[in-house]
Design a protein around this ligand. Sequence first.
Ligand SMILES: C[S@@+](CC[C@H](N)C(=O)[O-])C[C@H]1O[C@@H](n2cnc3c(N)ncnc32)[C@H](O)[C@@H]1O
Length: 174
Amino acid sequence: MTTEKNNKIVKPFLRWAGGKTWFTKHIENYIPKDFNDYYEPFVGGGSVFFYLKSKGFIKNKAYLSDSNSDLINTYKILKNYSNDLFEILKTHIDSEDEYYRMRSTGFTDKIEKAAKFIYLNKTSFNGIYRVNRNGEYNVPYGRRNLNILYDFEHLKDISIALKNTYLSTLDLIL
Ligand SMILES: C[S@@+](CC[C@H](N)C(=O)[O-])C[C@H]1O[C@@H](n2cnc3c(N)ncnc32)[C@H](O)[C@@H]1O
C-alpha cells in the first residue's frame, strides 16, 4: 500500500528539531529500488519515512523507533485510534491560559497523552521537546496566533501512512 494520493507527498506533522526534510530531495539517489522491510531508528518527526512511504519506496513493514516514548505513543495512537484522538483535538483552544493548563495536566490515558503532545508541539514557543529533570515539558507558550490549530486531512494521511508500521521505544546506545 502506498500513501501516494495524486502524487501527494505526506509531510511530517510535528515540529521536530533536526528534521531531515531538506535531505529528502537527495535521498532517492541512495535508496535501492527494491528492499524488504524498512528500519528507521531515530525516527523523530519522520520526514524521511513519510517521504519514502509517499513515494512508494516502502512496500512492506516499516520498523520505526525512537527513545522518546511520548513521541512513539503519539504515533501509535494516530495509527490505531485516530478518530478518538481527533474528537479530543477538536476541543482544543489556542490560548496562553489553556496552554499552561494543558502543560501542567498529567494525563494517564494514552489517547489524552497523545492529544496533549500534539497540542504542545503545535502551540509551544518553537516546538522543541524539552523536559526538566522530573521529565516535565517546560517549553513556554508560543503566541503563534494560529488561525487553524489542526489540519485533520493531514493527520488522517499520517494515520494511513503509519498503518503498516511497527512502532517501538528504543534507546540505542551507540
Ligand atoms: C533529528 S531526529 C531524527 C530525524 C528523522 N529521522 C527525520 O527523518 O527527520 C533524532 C531523533 O533521535 C532520537 N534519539 C536521540 N538519541 C537516541 C537514542 N540514544 N536512541 C534512540 N533514539 C534517540 C530523538 O528522540 C530524536 O527524535
